[in-house]
Design a protein around this ligand. Sequence first.
Ligand SMILES: *[C@@H]1O[C@H](CO)[C@@H](O)[C@H](O)[C@H]1NC(C)=O
Ligand SMILES: *[C@@H]1O[C@H](CO)[C@@H](O)[C@H](O)[C@H]1NC(C)=O
Ligand SMILES: *[C@@H]1O[C@H](CO)[C@@H](O)[C@H](O)[C@H]1NC(C)=O
Length: 399
Amino acid sequence: MDPRVIKMICMIPVVVCILLNAAGICVADIPLFDAALTTRLCTERALPNGYPCQEFTVTTRDGYILAIQRIPYGSTGPENGLSRPPVILGAGVFQQAALWLLNPSEQSLGFILADKGFDVWFLNFRGTAESSKHVSLSIEDKAFWIWSFDELASFDVPAALQLVNQTTGSQAFYIGHSQGTTIGLAALVDPSVRQMFKAAVLLSPIAYLSQTTSQLAIAFSQMYLDQVYLLSGARQFDMSAGSLASGLIDRACREIDCGFTLNSFTGPNSEFNSSRMGFYTTFMPEPTSANNVAHLAQLIRNDGFRKYDMGEEGNMNKYGQATPPEYDLSSIPKEFPILIASGGWDHLSDLVDVQNLIYNLRCNVKTLYLPRYGHTDYVLGTNASTEAFTQVMDFLRSV
Ligand SMILES: *[C@@H]1O[C@H](CO)[C@@H](O)[C@H](O)[C@H]1NC(C)=O
Ligand SMILES: *[C@@H]1O[C@H](CO)[C@@H](O)[C@H](O)[C@H]1NC(C)=O
Ligand SMILES: *[C@@H]1O[C@H](CO)[C@@H](O)[C@H](O)[C@H]1NC(C)=O
C-alpha cells in the first residue's frame, strides 16, 4: 500500500479523537503516530527509551506558542482502569523540558513518574528551543524577549494548566526545579491559577536569593553585568560560544576561580555524572531573556521575592508604586500542600534563603533535606530516584 494511504489510515483515530475532544466528549489517549513527532524530547528521549509521547502547542494570552509534550503512561503500557493524575514539570532557567529525561529511564524523574502511574506533561517555557515562536514576533525581534519569570508564571503556566484541564479534566500537580520553582511559586500566589493545581513540589527552590553563596551568581550580579548586557541593547541572553553573554561570564570568572563553570554557578554536585556532560550540552544551555537574567540578579542584590524592578518611574507606571511588589507567599492558603526538597551542598538555593522561603509560606509545607545533595542532583543526580524521587511520589500520592 502507498505509505501516504497508510499514514492517512493511521491518522483517522487521531482526527476523530481530536474532533470529539473539541466537543468535550473524548478524553481517550490520542493514538501515537511516531512519524509525526518532531520534538527532540519525543524523538530522541521518549520513543527510543520505549515510552509513548504526544506533542501539543498552546498559545499564551500574550501570543507565545509553547511546545508541551506528554508521556501519558509508562513503558509497560496503560493499565486500564488506573486513573493517572497529571503532573506538569517546569524546568529551570537555560533548560528545555527534555531536562527531565536526560538520564537513563531508571534515573530520570520524567520516565519514573510515567512508570509509577502518573500522566506526565512537559512545559517548554518561552524562548527555549521548542518554544521559540510567537503569533506575530520572530525570535530576531527584541520585542520577543521583553519578559522575565513574572510572565513565565502569569502566561506560560496558565496556558499549560488549561491544556491539561481540557485534555484530562483534572487539576495538575506541579514539580519545578530551580527557576521552575520560582515560576511555580509566583503562579501559586494567583488564586485563579492556584485552583487548577493540586499540590506542588519544589526541587532546589529559588524565591529569595539574597543569601546565595553561588560565587558566579554573586560576582555577576555585584558587577552589574546584567545591566551591562542590557546597555548593549541585546535582549536575548544566549550563552553560546563567542556570545556577549559568555564573554561577560568569562569576565566574572576573572574575579573568582570558576574552575568547572557549572559548579561555580550551582556549588558542588555530588551525584553528577560528568561523563554525560557532552550529551547534556546538546540540550543546554538554552537562551533566556536579558530581562529575566536581570530579574534574577535583582533578587540577589535586593531582599525579598519581588516582581521585576523597572526603576522608579517604570514601577509607578506598571505597578502603581515606586518599588516592585512582593509576591505574597503568605496568601497561599494553609491547606495547600507543598514539598520543598533542598540540599546541603547547594550554593544557588542556599539553606538560609530556603529557610526564609519556608518561614514565609503559611501553607502545609513538608520538607526533604539531603545534606550531601547539590543544586543539579535533584534532577540529574544518578541516585536521585532512590534518594529523592520515591519521597516525591509518596508525597504526591498522600495529598
Ligand atoms: C477545568 O476547566 C473548567 C472550565 O473552565 C472549569 O469549570 C473546571 O473547574 C476546571 N477544572 C479544574 C480541575 O481546574
Ligand atoms: C554515567 O554515564 C555513563 C555514560 O553515559 C554511563 O556509562 C554510566 O553508567 C553512568 N554512571 C552512572 C552511575 O549512572
Ligand atoms: C546517593 O548520594 C548521596 C549523596 O552523595 C549519598 O549520601 C548516598 O549514600 C547515595 N545513596 C546511594 C544509595 O548510593
